[in-house]
Write a protein that binds this ligand. Structure first.
Ligand code: CA
Length: 235
C-alpha cells in the first residue's frame, strides 16, 4: 500500500510561491523551485511540472531516460519563453523527479532541491546539491551546519532553463517494503537538519509527514517557500 502526502507553503516572507510540486499518476513525483524576477520563478517551475506531465504521462514505461527527457523538454520550453519576453530573461528552476518502477526507484535531478530515502529509521540523501555551499562542504572548506547559515547558500551551480546544454544527474536504487521517499525544496533543508527531518518521519503521532515537515520549517523561521512530498511504500 502506498501513502502520498504533499504540502507547499509560501512562507512568512515571500510574496510568491515559486515552488511547484506534481504527482503524476501512477508513480511519479516532482518538486521544482523556480528563480527569476517578477513572477518568472513561478512560471519556470510550472513549466518544469507541465513538461513532466506531458512527457511522463504519455509513457507506459518510465526510466531514467524518460525522466531526463522531461527535464530536457522543460529546459527548452523555459529558454524559449525567456527568449520571447525580456521580463523572463534568466529565469530557471530546480527539478527533482522520482519514479517507482516495481521494486526500483529511479530519479533525475538538477539544482538544490533534494531526494531522500527513508529506510528503517534512517534518512539517506540520494541526490547531490548543485550549489556553491555543497561544493565547499565536499572540499571540506565549511561544515554542513555552516552551509545552512552561509550568505551564499542560495547560489546554485546548475538550473533548468538557464543554459542550452544542461547536465542532468540520474540514478536508480532498489526499493524495500517499508521505504519512504521525500522530495523537498531548500526552504525545508535550510532550516531543518537531516536529524530534524528524521525525527518527524519517525514520529507515529504525525500522520501527514509533508504537512508536519513544512509546519516545522515554518516554526524554525524559514524565510523561503517550503515544499515537501512524502511517499511511503508498505507491501
Ligand atoms: Ca527555495
Amino acid at each position: 500500500m502506498k501513502r502520498v502526502y504533499t504540502a507547499t507553503d509560501i512562507g512568512a516572507h515571500r510574496r510568491n510561491n515559486e515552488d511547484t510540486l506534481a504527482c503524476i499518476e501512477p508513480e511519479t513525483y516532482l518538486v521544482a523551485d523556480g528563480m527569476g524576477g517578477y513572477a518568472a520563478g513561478e512560471i519556470a517551475s510550472r513549466l518544469m511540472a507541465d513538461a513532466a506531465v506531458e512527457v511522463i504521462g504519455a509513457r507506459k514505461n518510465v526510466d531514467e531516460a524518460v525522466l531526463r527527457e522531461a527535464v530536457l523538454k522543460a529546459n527548452g520550453d523555459i529558454r524559449r519563453l525567456a527568449g520571447e519576453k525580456p521580463e523572463y530573461d534568466g529565469m530557471g528552476t530546480t527539478a527533482t523527479l522520482f519514479h517507482r518502477d516495481g521494486l526500483t526507484g529511479v530519479w533525475a535531478h538538477v539544482g538544490d532541491s533534494r531526494l531522500y530515502l527513508w529506510r528503517q529509521g534512517m534518512l539517506h540523501q540520494v541526490t547531490t546539491d548543485h550549489s556553491l555551499v555543497s561544493e565547499l562542504v565536499a572540499k571540506g572548506t565549511i561544515t554542513p551546519e555552516e552551509a545552512r547559515q552561509h550568505p551564499k547558500r542560495n547560489v546554485i551551480t546548475r538550473a533548468v532553463g538557464v543554459e542550452k546544454d544542461i547536465k542532468i544527474d540520474t540514478g536508480s536504487f532498489p526499493l524495500q517494503s517499508g521505504d519512504g521517499v521525500l522530495l523537498c525544496t531548500d526552504g525545508l533543508t535550510t532550516v531543518l537538519t537531516d536529524e530534524g527531518i528524521g525525527e518527524i518521519l519517525a514520529d507515529p503521532s504525525l500522520m501527514d509527514k509533508a504537512r508536519a515537515l513544512v509546519d516545522r520549517a515554518l516554526d524554525a523561521g524559514s524565510r523561503d517557500n517550503i515544499t515537501a512530498v512524502f511517499v511511503s511504500y508498505d507491501d
